[in-house]
Structure formats: C-alpha cells, structure tokens
Design a protein around this ligand. Structure first.
Ligand SMILES: Nc1ncnc2c1ncn2[C@@H]1O[C@H](COP(=O)(O)OP(=O)(O)OP(=O)(O)O)[C@@H](O)[C@H]1O
Length: 194
C-alpha cells in the first residue's frame, strides 16, 4: 500500500455542468483518502433537524445574523431555497485547513468567481463532459431529475462550459470521458504529481 501524500492547505475548487461527474469523482477521492479531504460546514437559517449538531452539520444562524454576515462580505456564496438561506463562508473553508485537511469546494461559476476574490489561494478544476449529448445522456441516466429540471441543468451547462473554456478560468480541465482516466488526472493534479 502506498503512503498517503502530504495534505495541502490550499482548497480545491471543482466546478462544471451538472451531470458532468463531479460527485462521482469526489466520492472516489474521499473513499481512497478518507483523512485528507473535507467539505466546509455550511451556514443556514433553517431550523436544525433531530440529530443535527451546530458547527458539525451546519452553522445555524438567525436570519438577522445571516444577513449581517452577508453585509460583512463573509460569504463565498449564498442563496435562498424555499424560504431559508444557505451559504458558505470564507472562514468555514479556512476551518477545514486548520483541521489539517484540504477543503474541497463543489460550487457553481458564480462561486468560483467569488473564491477568486478571496485570500484562500484555491486551485481550480474544471470537469467537462465529453460532449453536450453525453451530458444529457448522463443526466437522464442518473434518473434523479424530471424533464423540467434536466432542461434547466442543460441550459445552465452552456454558460458553465463557456466559462470553463475561458483562458485562465481553471488550473486544469479534466474531460470526464473514461472515469478511471479522469480520476487519475484529478488525483495527480491534487497531489501535484504532474
Ligand atoms: N466517466 C463517466 N462515464 C459515464 N458515466 C459517468 C461518468 N462519470 C459520471 N457518470 C455518471 O453520470 C451521472 C452524473 O454524475 P454526477 O452525479 O457525479 O454529476 P455531478 O457533476 O456531480 O452533478 P451535480 O452537479 O448535479 O451534482 C451519474 O449517473 C454518474 O454515474
């Protein structure tokens, strides 16, 4: 068995259209290196559910606290879903590095732009589909979205692809054609083997 490579404090931002395979790649990464990586703890204004712990599952904030943190520009990204606010702060990402892990951020293009405006020193991975046809096939094959949601995701994919293909948007573009090859590229990039 090979030794686990040294952990970097620089966050890794993974972005790309919905259905391109980000979760699939990250699941494999976390399974292979269970102690090296972490996700940041999100903030939310929704009420805790049974068994959820403040600071572990979420940082639970009142709406006023949340809005004050937005005002202080503490958020990388935030959004409202069914009446509750959710978001990721710069501090939450730094907390992961302070715990000795590399923070992985799986975010959209707006979030990517926002991370670039911080002092996090992140590295950026654009996960691209082999083609738009294959992306559509994967979204359908996943079986988690209805027709309207698939249309919405494919629409959003166009601007995600355009951004990812822009010079300087990422440090590496990984075309997720063959999953094993794509995963190897991801690992080599993360551990700076190339
Ligand atoms: N290289 C690959 N070849 C074929 N199918 C793949 C490949 N990678 C992922 N898939 C499949 O494509 C579908 C979408 O993958 P996944 O859910 O990981 O995408 P995602 O980018 O995380 O999407 P979202 O942003 O919506 O969370 C899944 O059914 C997954 O099993």
């Amino acid at each position: 068995m090979s030794a686990t490579p040294a952990v970097s404090s620089r966050p890794i931002v993974v972005f790309g259209p919905s259905g391109t395979g980000k979760s699939t790649l990250l699941k494999r990464l976390f399974a292979e290196y269970p102690t090296s990586f972490g996700f940041s703890v999100s903030n939310t204004t929704r009420n805790p559910r049974a068994g959820e712990t403040h600071g572990k599952d979420y940082h639970f904030l009142t709406r006023d606290e949340f809005l004050a943190a937005v005002e202080r520009k503490e958020f990388i990204e935030h959004a409202e879903f069914s009446g509750n606010m959710y978001g990721t702060t710069v501090q939450a990402v730094k907390d992961v590095a302070d715990a000795g892990k590399t923070c992985i951020l799986d975010i959209d293009v707006q979030g990517v732009r926002s991370v670039k405006d911080t002092d996090l020193g992140a590295r950026f991975v654009f996960v691209a589909p082999p083609s738009e046809e294959e992306l559509e096939a994967r979204l359908r094959g996943r079986g988690t979205d209805d027709e309207a949601s698939i249309k919405k995701r494919l629409d959003a994919a166009k601007s995600e692809l355009a951004y990812g293909n822009t010079e300087g948007s990422c440090d590496i573009k990984i075309v997720n054609d063959d999953i094993d090859a794509a995963y190897k590229k991801l690992v080599d990039f993360i551990f700076e083997k190339n």
